[in-house]
Write a protein that binds this ligand. Structure first.
Ligand code: NAD
Ligand code: GLY
Length: 368
């Protein structure tokens, strides 16, 4: 098992990565479970595969698991579902010192974390992430949110979990496309800040996707370490360090918006395409070589992720895509900071990017 500590004054916590953590859930949580009844929020897909071992482990330890099973999908990150979750927690007489459990992917983690942040002005929660994306990214760092009419993740809070249990076994039941989408966030850590890890991903990406245990454990652990380091440095995204985690997200978000935040393009697929675009745009600005931009695209394509925007067959213009960026929540005083590359493994924040130039560039990319 690897254990990474997220160091935050007064709110440090551990991220455990191993197999068998859900089957040993009660022991892993230790003293965090103060009461007999343990409230668990999950979705139907996850409950079908993973409710039983968690329930059994809690029963063996003298607890009773109470599940709220939601419909899967992004729709759960909404006001009505948040209200349902909070009312359910209040019905279960959750107190500030209690911990509720988020068992699922990033949707369940973001929603449950936000419900925990506002219930009784903040109660504890444990993340039990069951997607690759949630294990390497969303369960660590305390960003919690629901979506609003105006856009994704616009209503939320920073609220850190007390423990993260990333059970590698849970990834065995995850559909391949979701594994690939999560892998985009893995390779992101290499491209943005660790050339050696990027090279490891070039050599081992397909093994991670196939679920080869050592490769998977290394990928998740290294990603968690990178995220923990960045979150400890810049918890609330104020110094620029955490903003580098948005590599690929500004371009990706525009593509997600254009495809209606639908199954046509999963978040991780948007990030994958976004990273290719960020690398190509960096090459266009002579910040990195064309060869390095090609290398980024190849490594992404090798894992089965999309790497060519032209293959999406979008009918919009480059300007239309750039226009989506105006609604990006990272807009700051009328400018949109872009994460670009000085090298593979060296991302930086450029606050001087012209959206008109980005629109022209995207127009070329749409044509292929
Ligand atoms: P998700 O939670 O929707 O899970 C993807 C699908 O996999 C769902 O259908 C789910 O039911 C299913 N699933 C989950 N675990 C499974 C398992 N073990 N076996 C079988 N099926 C399983 O999506 P996601 O990709 O995990 O998360 C996306 C969300 O995360 C988005 O809402 C995004 O905004 C958010 N996010 C948050 C942060 C953050 O820092 N808080 C970072 C990145 C993404
Ligand atoms: N996923 C980006 C962040 O946690 O800051």
């Amino acid at each position: 098992m690897s254990v990474t500590r997220v160091e935050l004054a007064g709110r440090s916590y551990e991220v455990c990565v191993d197999g068998g953590l859900l089957a040993d859930f009660a022991n892993q949580c230790g003293g965090l479970l103060r009461k007999k009844v343990v409230p668990i929020i999950t979705d139907r897909n996850v409950a079908e595969k993973w409710r039983e071992p968690v329930e059994q482990s809690l029963r063996d330890a003298g607890h009773e698991a109470e599940f709220l099973v939601l419909d899967p999908g992004e729709g759960a990150k909404s006001w009505p579902v948040l209200e349902r979750v909070v009312d359910w927690l209040l019905d279960h007489e959750v107190e500030r010192g209690d911990h509720i459990v988020a068992l699922g992917g990033g949707v369940i983690g973001d929603l449950t974390g936000f419900a925990a942040a506002i219930t009784k002005r903040g109660c504890g929660f444990i993340q039990a992430p069951t997607t690759l994306l949630a294990q390497v990214d969303s369960s660590v760092g305390g960003k919690t949110a629901i979506n609003a009419k105006a856009g994704k993740n616009l209503v939320g809070a920073f609220h850190q979990p007390s423990l993260v249990l990333a059970d590698l076994d849970s990834l065995a039941t995850l559909p391949l496309r979701e594994v690939q989408a999560g892998y985009a966030e893995v390779i992101k850590y290499g491209i943005l800040g660790d050339r050696d890890f990027f090279e490891w991903c070039e050599a081992n990406g397909p093994k991670v996707i196939e679920g080869e245990r050592d490769a998977l454990e290394h990928a998740v652990t290294e990603s968690v370490k990178a995220k923990a380091r960045i979150v400890a440095e810049d918890e609330r995204e104020t110094t620029g360090a955490r903003a580098l985690l948005n590599l690929g997200h500004t371009f990706g978000h525009a593509l997600e918006a254009e495809t209606g935040f639908s199954d046509r393009l999963l978040h991780g697929e948007g990030v994958a395409l976004g990273m290719v675009l960020a690398a190509r745009y960096s090459a266009r600005r002579d910040l990195i070589s064309q060869q390095d931009a090609v290398r980024v695209a190849r490594a992404i394509a090798a894992s089965g992720l999309p790497s060519e925007v032209s293959r999406l067959s979008l009918t919009c213009s480059g300007g239309d895509l750039a226009a989506h960026m105006l609604h990006d929540k990272k807009m700051d005083a009328g400018t949109l900071p872009f994460v670009l590359l000085r090298d593979i493994g060296e991302a930086f924040l450029d606050k001087e990017v012209s959206l008109e130039d980005v629109g022209t560039f995207l127009g070329e990319q749409l044509k292929g």
